[in-house]
Design a protein around this ligand. Sequence first.
Ligand SMILES: Nc1ncnc2c1ncn2[C@@H]1O[C@H](COP(=O)(O)OP(=O)(O)OP(=O)(O)O)[C@@H](O)[C@H]1O
Length: 492
Amino acid sequence: MSETLNRQEVVAARGVRVTFGAVKALDGADLVIHAGECVGLVGHNGAGKSTIVNVINGGLSPHEGSLRYSGNDVRGISAARANGVRCVFQELSLCPNLTVGENARIMHAELKGWNWRGRALALVETQLQDIFPGHAIDCDSTVDDLSIAERQMVEIAISFAGISAPPKLVILDEPTSSLDAGLAAQLMAYIRKFVAAGGSVLLISHILGEILTTSDRIVVMKDGRVVADRAASKFNNRSLVEAMGNVVREQELSRPAVAKSGAPVLSMPARRGRGHGQGNALPFEAYRGEMIGLAGLGGHGQTQALLDLYLARNSNWFPTKKRDIAFVAGDRSLNGTFPLWSILKNLSIASLDQLSSKRMIDGDRETALGEGWKKRIEIRTPDMGNRILSLSGGNQQKVLFARALATTADIVLMDDPMRGVDIGTKQEVYEILRSEAANGRTFIWYSTEMDEIRLCDRVYVFREGAIVAELVGEEISEKSVLSASFAQGEAA
Ligand SMILES: Nc1ncnc2c1ncn2[C@@H]1O[C@H](COP(=O)(O)OP(=O)(O)OP(=O)(O)O)[C@@H](O)[C@H]1O
């Protein structure tokens, strides 16, 4: 502890206040990060984590409080950068129309002059290999062609890369939200290496396991303030959840498998994936009231299967009748939110049929729908008429959830929908999913989190675009998912 105090302060923010209209995003928050430590930052959705990151990153000027980089009182993005601060934002910020190498050039102005493209490419390739050994990203590709997980990996690699000197502090705002467990573990191992070499990391995550195992110190925020700041060894899962202000529930990680009954509500024929020419690809079936998990390593065809199902909603894959299907998009800024619309309009858009009479939307019913969901999953806003982008990332995700659940759709497709949602809300949403499934709704759920896969009745494991295993009830475990995820002979 005293060793930490003697270390050099890389960044010190003290007594910081930031307000957005009536919302006190930061209400006198303190955050100090020393050289050679990984600080975990946790808190409920809307606690102020991204706002303090924006202050430290120089993008947001605090209305009150002091900010120092290595002891110097300077302000602004250039000053933060000159002091070695880098940030990987929750909403990824790569330019989609440029290649990976060209994006590296944007973040590293030093990459200029003769052969800058070659140097940019080499820089990202080396860094990607260091952090995610064995990755398969082609750095010549345009960012638009990469999956969300690959974009996240590229942005992380570009931020850790150093040309004349390595960065002093890398801020990672939910860096594993789109990564599968294997990639997340590689990143956590790299963070420990980086910190051991004297660098600092501020790690924000709702996945408490990775915060507890990777951080030296954990800072807990609540309603714009720091409410706990202790060595990571002084916390466990329960005390961390309590410090965040949530009630600890003994999470029931499994539920009795729902027996398949009646005719399937949907059946998709087996499809052979890339590199899976002679394997035994399985067909996909879903029954009324089932929660079906799509598992496997990230990017092995789960999102594509959801999209194919959605696009085929009027085909004979849905044998009983024309099906009403809702979709919770995985990439909220690209496919989820309407950024210029209010929170309420974003929520109600999929339910306009129910909210209209004589082709006119009934405003009162729309407002009631919004207020109901605001309470039910705690959308933190003073006014549902505010723009969707005024919400924190996790709260935006809750709106997308509410949009799908508010419909009368009998099949809900979900593409890793809990990204960035805090632990308290996740528990609420799991309860809602269970009760909706008990009422006959079918959920098809791609998740990168094993705890969520374990909540499902049945799980299909994807490999190279094909379904290679079906697990039911007790068979659903991390071990069986992992062994099905690797080709025969490679399994552990
Ligand atoms: N541009 C903005 N306009 C209005 N309100 C804002 C704006 N940015 C943030 N806020 C509000 O400030 C508060 C803190 O948001 P912040 O994004 O810092 O939370 P967070 O802890 O990062 O949450 P999450 O875990 O969901 O990412 C929230 O109530 C949010 O609605």
